[in-house]
Design a protein around this ligand. Structure first.
Ligand code: F6P
Length: 512
């Protein structure tokens, strides 16, 4: 049997189903089925997924579920939780779900973070640490950044946090300018401990400490902590073993926020909140593992996305959190979805030419996004499925703001679907544009854990159906190799444009 999904009878039936329903009115579905909203919604403890405002009928849903069974999704779920080598191109497991299982040992980060929170972790000159700079990139940055921002209201009041990722000197310059070397702790997070940008930022931070703290006071021991899967690399870098915290190599970078990579979060919010975050993810894990496919939210979400990407040829997807706490969620999901499923070689090593994989994911918080790119969502030539995310209970006391915010969210999904007739063509809205809505009870550590785990599992289900590995990222390597060559002034084999641009930059900088 071929692993190419387009060769399956299930896929072919979906192609026919698409042809049969493509001119259906989504609004019409509601008119003929008063229970549609209930029928096309799923919920678990504090999280509701409504996919009723899509062009999916009961038959379409059943056919999509048949496709999931064809791809053996229940086996794939089992394999993930059993720790089998689901990352087959790297011969590794993907153990992120183990990090939120009940018996996980958090004592090392708990002890360290409690010490810092209590003001007992001292810098080289004896002053308590009160500013934590988290240095990392990609998966070693985006998860902690997202969660930090989301839970900001409950941060430790006398600790400050900065996140430093970019190789651009402006990033580190801005952060160091507002930092006091004597009370700053750098947490260097890198799974590989070889990421050039991260190590360059760490080196500049180290030089800055040495330049600004007088005397040989074993500065690194007081101001540097490394978090990595490769302890020996951090030791080679110059950290002492006592200042290195490890995590399992079988945890992939963009799935690693649950590991010691979340140390900064544990310091910012305390161990109880961090445990709540893991419990939320664990609740989603249990749902994903145990719910039948037709009630399984990550699975249904993946199928809705596959319907949009593969059968409707929608090329992008908008993530629209109507929650300021989730401001960083679109950029987090850009990596999770596009680094995971932006692939064109399948698990059998064959070039994929008969179907599409990850759409382009973008987004912004509502209501800002409404006044930025919603024009295109409503009237552009591209159809962009929209994913609205909102929370019922706010984390503030300004009730009127929250009501207005959620009203806007509801209005936008309604407007996308219903459209508007007008005698003037420019004022006409075609409507029939699909959207889904995720409604959380509240944005707290627990529900945030649930939400992130939901997307992790959704991405995994899609990858299984697409017959690709969502846990590798070889596509980022080539640019890194070329950057290294250019930094060594090696432009052999470079094209005319790159060589000329390099020359212009060097000439203007006065470098021979
Ligand atoms: O961008 C490529 C990548 O390997 C990501 O997958 C990863 O999250 C990031 O770089 C950082 O890697 P590391 O944690 O090893 O520094």
């Amino acid at each position: 049997m071929s692993n190419n999904p387009t060769q399956s009878a299930q896929w072919k039936e979906l192609v026919l189903q698409h042809a049969a329903t493509q001119s259906d009115s989504i609004e019409g579905y509601f008119k003929s089925d008063h229970k549609r909203a209930e029928r096309f919604s799923l919920s678990i403890d504090g999280l509701l997924y409504d996919f009723s405002k899509t062009q999916i009928t009961e038959k379409t849903r059943d056919l999509l579920l048949n496709l999931a069974h064809w791809a053996n999704i229940p086996n794939a779920i089992d394999a993930l939780f059993k720790g089998e080598e689901v990352n087959s191109t790297e011969n590794k497991a993907a153990l992120h779900t183990k990090l939120r299982s009940e018996n996980v040992d958090l004592s090392e980060i708990e002890t360290l973070s409690e010490k810092i929170r209590a003001g007992q972790f001292l810098g080289a000159t004896g002053k308590p640490i009160n500013h934590i700079i988290h240095i990392g990139l990609g998966g070693s940055d985006l998860g902690p950044r997202l969660v930090y921002d989301a839970l900001l209201e409950i941060k430790h009041p006398s600790l400050d946090f900065s996140f430093l990722s970019n190789a651009d000197g402006t990033d580190i310059n801005r952060i160091l300018k507002k930092s006091d070397p004597e009370t700053t702790l750098f947490i260097i997070v890198s799974k590989s401990f070889t990421t050039h940008e991260t190590l360059m930022n760490a080196k500049t931070a180290q030089d800055w400490l040495h330049a600004n703290i007088q005397g040989d006071k074993n500065i690194l021991a007081h101001h540097f902590i490394g978090v990595t899967a490769y302890k020996e690399k951090a030791i080679d870098y110059g950290l002492s073993a006592a200042n290195i915290i490890t995590f399992d190599d079988n945890v992939n970078g963009r799935f690693s926020v649950w590991s010691t990579v979340g140390l900064s979060l544990c310091i910012a919010f305390g161990i109880k909140e961090f445990k709540d975050f893991l419990s939320g993810a664990s609740a989603m894990d249990m749902h994903f593992k145990n719910a039948p496919l037709d009630k399984n939210i990550p699975c249904l979400m993946a199928l809705v996305d596959i319907w949009h990407r593969n059968f409707n040829d929608y090329r992008s997807k908008a993530i629209l959190p109507y929650a300021e706490e989730l401001k960083k969620f679109p950029s987090y999901l850009r990596q999770l979805e596009m680094e995971s499923n932006g692939k064109s070689i399948d698990l059998d090593g064959q070039h994929i030419h008969s179907y599409q994989t990850s759409p382009i994911v973008f987004g912004e918080v509502g209501t800002n996004s409404q006044h930025s790119f919603f024009q295109l969502l409503h009237q552009g030539t591209n159809r962009v499925p929209c994913e609205f995310i909102g929370a019922i209970t706010p984390n503030h006391e300004y009730a009127a703001h929250h009501i207005a915010l959620l009203n806007n969210m509801l209005a936008q999904s309604q407007a996308l679907m219903q459209g508007k007739e007008s005698a003037e063509p420019h004022r006409r809205f075609a409507g029939n544009r699909p959207s889904t809505t995720l409604l959380l009870n509240k944005i707290d550590a627990f529900h945030l854990g649930m939400l992130i785990a939901l997307y992790e599992h959704k991405v995994y289900v899609q990858s299984v159906i697409w017959n690709i590995n969502c846990f590798d990222q070889f596509g980022v390597e080539l640019g890194k190799e070329m950057a290294l060559k250019i930094s060594q002034q090696d432009l052999a084999g470079a094209d005319g444009s790159t060589t000329r641009l390099h020359r212009i930059i060097k000439d203007k900088q006065g470098i021979k």
